[in-house]
Design a protein around this ligand. Structure first.
Ligand SMILES: [Zn+2]
Length: 294
């Protein structure tokens, strides 16, 4: 890794550790934030609360009316939402057009009940390895938006995980849905920026063996098996690093079978998604494995 690339990555991680987000530029390029604008510190800030990537001034961050409902929801609760909400379909079609500069190679595949996207992020200029994302956007708030990340080079595609991915499908866990960092119908640029940030944190983890910044890891067995001592604890109200927060009590309260049960739960992307990432010309089959909920 070239020195300047390494410096950028180091600075991005150091920023995240003190709650300063890097800036996301066009093509998903991420540079360390040099200003000293820090995230709000409420003392109760959860994992990804406030983890909203910032945009360069040349492409202002697009905000929608957060918490005011989203197009297509018309104020209805999720349980009453129709299977296809025309407002969501319209909003995503419009959102793809808005991505033209931000994610120039973006491919979209509208289907009857959902849309698939294929997007790539450069992450760090000159690095030579990019992140590709397959994104499934249902036209209903009844089903979750899901996405998968892959490292791509000229000759390879490999799944990004298992840290901060969901069981069992290995989809990206880039923010807590309950924090409403992003909700269905909001900007696709924002969503792809959040995935780009998630990928650059994986890059940092790979290089330095440590997840940078706050994280949500509510299961004790998962913390024991995956968190390093000097990472932020993943509990709801972390008191600093894992070693200083929950590790001692996790060790005391977690049994061998808890650890085994967790370790046996593998995370893996569906075959259809892998095929799509290798050949993004036709999206996964609607009735394929990717639809199955467990
Ligand atoms: Zn803790």
């Amino acid at each position: 890794m070239r020195k300047s690339i390494e410096d950028d990555l180091k600075a991005i991680g150091a920023g995240l550790d003190v709650g300063v987000l890097p800036t996301v530029f066009n093509r998903g390029v991420i540079r360390p934030e040099t200003s000293t604008v820090a995230l709000k510190s409420s003392g109760q800030e959860k994992a990804y609360a406030g983890q909203q990537s910032t945009r360069s001034t040349t492409r202002p961050w697009e905000r929608t009316a957060g918490g005011q409902g989203t197009p297509g929801q018309s104020g209805a609760s999720d349980s009453g939402a129709p299977f296809v909400q025309p407002g969501l379909r319209f909003r995503y079609a419009e959102g793809v057009g808005e991505c033209r500069d931000a994610y120039p190679g973006l491919l979209s595949f509208p289907q009857e009940k959902q849309m698939w996207l294929f997007a790539e992020s450069d992450l760090i200029e000159g690095f030579g390895r990019r992140a590709a994302f397959a994104v499934q956007l249902p036209y209903t708030t009844k089903k979750p938006v899901r996405a998968w990340g892959f490292w791509t080079t000229a000759v390879s595609k490999s799944w990004i995980g298992p840290r901060h991915t969901n069981f069992p499908d290995g989809s990206i866990c880039a923010f807590e849905p309950r924090d409403r960092t992003w909700v269905p119908g909001q900007s696709l640029i924002t969503l792809l920026d959040l995935y780009s940030l998630w990928a650059v944190r994986h890059l940092y983890l790979e290089k330095y063996g440590k997840w940078p910044g706050r994280q949500s890891v509510p299961i004790a067995a998962e913390r024991l098996l995956e968190l390093c001592d000097d990472e932020f604890c993943g509990c709801e109200y972390p008191l600093g690093t894992y070693a200083r927060c929950c590790k001692p009590s996790d060790q005391e309260n977690t049994t061998g079978s808890d650890l085994l049960n967790f370790a046996m739960n593998t995370r893996r992307p569906p075959v259809e998604v892998i095929r799509f990432v290798w050949n993004p010309t036709s999206p996964p089959n609607r009735r394929g494995q990717t639809i199955r909920q467990t």
